[in-house]
Structure formats: C-alpha cells, structure tokens
Design a binder for this molecule. Structure first.
Ligand code: ADP
Ligand code: MG
Length: 364
C-alpha cells in the first residue's frame, strides 16, 4: 500500500526560478540580440559589429563603441533589476532609453555563458568579466577563482559575448528552428535597427566567413540603408511619406511626428515583407495599424502584391504603455483609432500624389 504523501507543494530553487523566468524573456537567439542592440544604442554607440555562430546558439558577439561600463558597475551588471536607467516608477512615464528593467543581461546570464570586455573613456584600461546565473564569476567562468573583473587591453566601448545559449535548457534547444532560420531572424532584427538608426552603422556576419551579410555606415541616407537591408528593387520604388498637414489635429491625439518611406504602386512583389515599425524608437508591432495601412494599398496595388513599409512614429511618451512584457512587441497607446486614421490617411495621400504626379505628364 502506498504511503500517503504529507505535502506536495515545495518551493522551487531560486536558480530554477531565474532560469524559467529568463527562458520566458529570451525565447530564441534573436531576442537576446535585440536586447543587446538596444543596450548599445542607449550607450550612445555609432558603430556595432555582430558576429554569429550556429544561428546565435553557439556564439553571439556584439562589439560597440559606446560609453562603456565602469569597473565598479561590473559587479552588479548581471544582477536582476539592476539598471542605470531608471530610479523610480514615475521615471517610466518619461523614459527615453530602450532599457529600464535591468533584466536583459541577468536573463542572458542565467541561460548562457556571458562575458564582457569594456572600457570607458576615462579609464586607461579595459576590463574583462565573466557571468553565470546572474553573478560575476572568476575568469574563464571558473567558479573557484576570485570573482573579479580583470584588467586587459581594449578600445573604448563594450564587447559582449554570449556563448552556448540554452546550454542548461535542453528542451528549448530542441524546440529551436534550424541554425539557418535562427540566423535569418537575427539578420532581420539587425536589418530593422539598421534601417531605423541613422546614427549607427551596423555590420553582421557569420563566424568564419569573411564577407559581411549586412553592413551600413552611420549617417547613410534612409534610402541607402533600405537598399542595403532590403535590396534595390524596394529602394528604387521608395517614396518618402508626406509630412503631416494638419499638425494640430495630430498633436491633439498625442501624435507628435510621423516619418518613413513606403514603396509606391510601381513596386510589385508577391512576397510579404513585415512592416518595419518604430514607435518612440522602439521596434514594435501594432496589428491594427498594419492592417489599416495594408488596406490603404488595396486601391493602389494589384491583388496579391505586397508593399514595403517603414514607419517611425513619435507619440506622447506618457500615452504609450512601455511597461509590457519584453518579448511582447505588440504596443498599446492612447487614442489608437485616431492615430491609426491619421497615419493611414498620410499613406493614402502619399500614394495618390505619387500616382497623379506620374500619370499627369509635366507641362513644358
Ligand atoms: P537595462 O537596459 O534595462 O538597464 P540590461 O540588463 O539590459 O538592463 O543592462 C544593465 C545595465 O548594463 C544597463 O543599465 C547599462 O548600464 C549597462 N549596459 C548594458 N549593455 C551596455 C553597453 N553595450 N554599453 C554600456 N553599458 C551597457
Ligand atoms: Mg537593456
């Protein structure tokens, strides 16, 4: 006869809790990369080189030329809820940086081997530090050695190396798509930021290959950045969005500015390209806005063809809910219907003025 169990509820070990929580934030290598890109933009970088091995599972290495991390901050770098960007809850309302939760590096260090080499302008030396499970550990991940950053030679900026992602989550590893699929998702994320970030030059390549899969320089024109990321067919048929005419009307609903470029009705393409949408410089998606803009194209594009859309909206920060789960890219903001209508009208106006300029021959 079975002995009746006295209790079945036990508290999970904190390392297990942290690993589960991290696995909810970082689902695939591209999620980790997005966090690291946002950090380096926050750090004022103008140039970043990304190296990827085995779809980012074996290695993701990101080298930036940003302001670097002070030696004193390296102890807490991967501690959960440790951030340099937010001090009190109210700051969330006016936050302009990408990060604020202090969760990304902590999460990554719970499900991968994370190391950093970093140098600030005021320091003569660079420092190298290794992290496991949210904690600074000894050099080369030696948990028996003294846990401290080691001085080394290096240039201004930060190099973050993520190795063996999900090494301690075998089921997640199995559920990942092929290395090539994961690599495409990484290139997609890099491409989106490369299109949006005018001041930052991006390069990305596979480990062991000499050619860059993608390479932009800072201050390239938008059209050139889109050409590099999306190809000439799209770049050649791009039109800039008209500026908002009725500005007061937009301001009233919290829409501060709209910029972007879209393909004209000349561009025919059977393959869907996910719109590149940034709101307050965050890469987001917004299902209702996307559907509304695509609907505007029905008048201009033959059935079965798809446009390319890049939009950068600025919305009154306190109207945008940024305190959502980091992997949920879907964004919420106030006066959604009104703002969607204004942006869709703008797309429609841009497309129709392009069309009529083309159809009415210029008088000589
Ligand atoms: P958050 O971005 O929410 O603050 P993270 O875990 O992503 O949290 O980063 C923790 C801290 O590490 C940041 O607040 C920042 O001070 C520092 N940091 C991370 N990446 C970089 C980088 N590339 N350059 C300079 N500082 C960085
Ligand atoms: Mg961050």
């Amino acid at each position: 006869m079975e002995t009746p169990q006295t209790h079945t509820i036990t508290k999970l070990d904190s390392s297990v809790i942290n690993r589960i929580a991290a696995g909810e934030i970082i689902i695939q290598p591209a999620n980790a990369l997005k966090e690291l890109i946002e950090n380096l933009i926050d750090a004022g970088s103008t140039s970043v080189d990304i190296l990827v091995k085995d779809g980012g599972i074996k290695l993701l290495q990101i080298t930036d030329n940003g302001h670097g991390i002070h030696k004193e901050d390296l102890q807490l770098l991967c501690e959960r809820f440790a951030t340099s960007k937010l001090a009190k809850f109210e700051d969330l309302e006016s936050i302009s940086t990408y990060g604020f939760r202090g969760e990304a590096l902590a999460s990554i260090s719970h499900i991968a081997r994370l190391s950093v080499v970093t140098k600030t302008k005021t320091s003569d030396l660079a420092y190298k530090a290794f992290y496991l499970g949210g904690k600074l550990v000894g050099q080369n991940f030696n948990t028996n050695a003294v846990a401290e950053p080691k001085p080394t030679a290096g240039t201004d900026g930060t190099q973050l190396t993520v190795e063996d992602l999900f090494y301690n989550m075998p089921s997640r590893l199995k559920s990942l798509k092929s290395k090539n699929d994961e690599y495409s998702k990484i290139l997609d994320v890099v491409g989106r930021y490369a299109i949006h970030c005018q001041n930052v030059g991006f390069s990305c390549k596979k480990y062991g290959e000499s050619h860059q899969a993608l390479s932009t320089r800072p201050h390239m024109l938008l059209k050139e950045r889109i050409r590099i990321v999306q190809g000439s067919a799209i770049a050649n048929d791009l039109i800039d969005l008209e500026s908002i005419k009725n500005k007061d009307h937009a301001k009233l609903v919290g829409l501060l500015s709209v910029e972007g470029a879209i393909t004209s009705s000349d561009y025919m393409n059977k393959k869907k390209v996910e719109p590149v949408l940034f709101i307050n410089h965050r890469l987001v998606s917004c299902g209702p806005l996307k559907r509304s803009i695509l609907a505007a194209y029905y008048f201009f594009l033959p059935k079965g063809n798809h446009p390319f859309i890049y939009l950068s909206l600025e919305i009154e920060p306190r109207n945008v809910d940024v305190n959502i789960h980091p992997t949920k890219r879907e964004v919420r903001f106030l006066n959604e219907d009104e703002i969607i209508e204004i942006v869709t009208d703008l797309v429609q106006l841009t497309l129709s003025s392009h069309d009529s300029a083309r159809k009415i021959p210029t008088q000589t």
